[in-house]
Design a protein around this ligand. Sequence first.
Ligand SMILES: N[C@@H](CCC(=O)N[C@@H](CS)C(=O)NCC(=O)O)C(=O)O
Length: 219
Amino acid sequence: MLKLGGFAVSNYYNKVKVALLEKGVAFEEVYRPTSQDEEYRKRSPMGKVPYLEIDGEFLCESQVICEYLEDAYPQIPLYPKDALARARVRELITTLELHMELVARRLYAQAFFGGTVSDETKQQVEKELAKGVRAFKQLAKFAPFVAGGNLSLADCVAGVHLPLVSLSSKIVYGRDMLEDCAAVKPYLKILNERPAFKKMNDDRKVATEAMAAARAKKA
Ligand SMILES: N[C@@H](CCC(=O)N[C@@H](CS)C(=O)NCC(=O)O)C(=O)O
C-alpha cells in the first residue's frame, strides 16, 4: 500500500492527502517530521515533507507526487481531459503556490511560530502577495470549483493554501489580504463540506493542537 510520509499540520502534506482521499486511493499515513538527517534524505532529498513511498521507492515534491497519482490512478481524475483545461488547472496551481503561498510563507515565522519578520520583508511580501492575489482573482472561476464545474487538483491546492494566506496576512498586517476576494469564504465552505476535505481538516486541527501543546510543555 502507498505510504504518505510527513505530518498533518503541513499544507503540502495535506495537499497530497486530500488528493489521495478524493481519488479514493488507499494509503497509510506515516508520521515523519522534516529532517536533514541522511536517513530521512533518502526518502526526501531536500529533507522536506511530504514524500510518498511506493513499493519501497520514494517520491518527493507534492506536485510531482500528485501528477504521479493522476497517471497511476486515473479512475477518479483530478484533471480535465482537454489539454487547455488541464493547463488552466496547472496555471491556478502555479499561481497559488509560487505567487501566493510561497510569498506568504515568509510571514509564517511571525504569524505562527513566535518569531519576528523584518519590516523590509513585510513590505516586500505585502507588495508581492497583492500581485499574486490579483492574478488569482483573475484566474479563479468559483463555479463552484476554482477551475470550473468539476473538482480538480487546483481545489486540493487552494483548499490547503488559501486559509494560510488569509490567516498569516491577518496576523501580521491586521488585514486579510484575501478579504477583497469575497468568493473565497463560501468556496472554502463548499470544499470543507466534502468528506475528503473534512477529514483532512479534522486531522489537521488535532495535529495542530497536539503540536501547540507539545510546544507549551517545552517552554
Ligand atoms: N515544494 C515542496 C514544499 C514542501 C514544504 O515546504 N514542506 C514544508 C512543510 S509544510 C517543509 O518540509 N519545511 C521544512 C523545510 O523546508 O526544510 C512540496 O511541494 O512538497
